[in-house]
Design a protein around this ligand. Sequence first.
Ligand SMILES: Nc1ncnc2c1ncn2[C@@H]1O[C@H](COP(=O)(O)OP(=O)(O)O)[C@@H](O)[C@H]1O
Ligand SMILES: [Mg+2]
Length: 329
Amino acid sequence: MPDLAIQTSGLVKVFGETRAVDGLDLAVPAGAVYGVLGPNGAGKTTAVRMLATLLRPDGGEATVFGHDVVREADAVRSRVSLTGQYASLDEDLTGTENLILLARLLGHRKPAARERAAELLDAFGLTDAGRRQVKTYSGGMRRRLDIAASILNTPDLLFLDEPTTGLDPRSRNQVWDIVRVVVAHGTTVLLTTQYLEEADRLAARIAVIDRGKVIAEGTPGQLKSSVGAGAVHVRLRDPGARPAAERLLAEALDASVYLEADPVALTARLTGGSTGEGRDSAAAEQAARALGRLAEAGIVVDDFSLGQPSLDEVFLALTDHRATEEAAA
Ligand SMILES: Nc1ncnc2c1ncn2[C@@H]1O[C@H](COP(=O)(O)OP(=O)(O)O)[C@@H](O)[C@H]1O
Ligand SMILES: [Mg+2]
């Protein structure tokens, strides 16, 4: 299919005893950010390296824009870019000098190289920093310059492998803005991350991977509604009322109720029933009923909220299920 940037089927990579990528099936639509979300060691980098033709698969198939990553590696390479791999920054040069040098290596003439460097520095908020040596840069500035270097020639597909790991929240936000700019210019981005929030904010679709396999796939909304209708958070006036509140909520909502570290707080995960909007209103009704029961019992509620499940809850629910299935097997 021409509108798929990446397609993999049963992709495998083995290192000794470790099946780093263990039958990975992906279909990544072109033109958006696709998130590959998984914990450390899930196989994200190994998968990216195979897709970028830096590592040869041990099994299965992968195509990038229809080109096989093994048999047509050159065609794949001409259309992709990977941060921190093809571009290496020289610490003693300024940001501008680095970009011009790399652009010259890519075959741009000097005026064009200068122009592209200036354009990218401006787009990434690095115009002033561009005059300084890279060794004076913060982690966030370095990460941004690295991404700039990887899109000197606008690639059709950009691999961003954990682009914000280790960054402070402000730098993380700046990198997110850059990713949005890159996609707005027509590049498809495959972004790997350990951060659920990052995938939620940036990705049109997400594959959750664990131990080299996709364990869930969909839009952020689909993934969230797959684990339930949401969660009710309640804060009580009196910590002494919590055991009674726990019992009433569990009954009224037919859900498991969690006691938070905060001695007046409880959270219940709703099960809903149907799907989509019907489920949302069912969840609201359930929550209202539960609050009514607390009021009837004379339990004072100081604060209450009904939220969608977070991707954190999604991930926990998915890996919980798997652990349960494994225990049963
Ligand atoms: N070159 C290698 N040699 C041996 N084992 C490796 C190598 N690269 C990765 N692994 C192992 O493969 C698994 C997946 O690693 P990786 O793809 O780096 O995961 P992630 O990027 O999701 O953290 C891990 O268990 C890791 O230790
Ligand atoms: Mg990695």
